[in-house]
Design a protein around this ligand. Sequence first.
Ligand code: MG
Length: 163
Amino acid sequence: MANNNPIRIGHGFDLHRLEPGHDLVVGGIRLEHDRGCDAHSDGDVVYHAVTDAVLGALAKPDIGQLFPDNDPRWKAADSRVFVEEATRQMREAGYAIGNVDVTVILQRPKLGPHKMTVRENLAGLLGCEVEQVNVKGKTHEHVDSLGENRSIACHVVALLVRT
Ligand code: MG
C-alpha cells in the first residue's frame, strides 16, 4: 500500500429489516426470535459492518462492491466469508487488528448473554485475541423502526496496526 501509516482507522455501519419468517443471525449466532433479516445473504449486520470497517480502514472497495446483492453466489451466504475476505486483504496490505469496537442496536432479544460468543467468533475470523474485540448491545428506546423491532443495526470502529 502506497500509504504506509503505522495505524489506520475504519468505520462500518449496517442495517437490515426484521420480518417474520426469517432467521436472526447476529455475529455468527442464530438468535431465538419471532423474526429475522430479510436480506440477500444471512443478513448478519455485525459481520457486514465489521467487514466494511476493515475494508474502510484499508481504503478498499466496500462490501457492496465486493459482494453485490444481485449476485446469486451470495444468496443466503454465510457472512463469515465477507469477514474472511476483509481479513485476507488486511494481511495482504501488511496490517493486523489493533482493536475493534462493535455496537449492536436491537430492541429484542437481549444481546447480553451472547456477547462473549460474538467476540470469540470475531476474534477467530479477524485473527486477533478476544480482548481486542468489544461488543456492546443497545436498545433503541422503543422509537423508530429499530425500537419497534422492525430493524437491526450495527456500528463498528476498527483500528488496524502495521505488522
Ligand atoms: Mg448487510
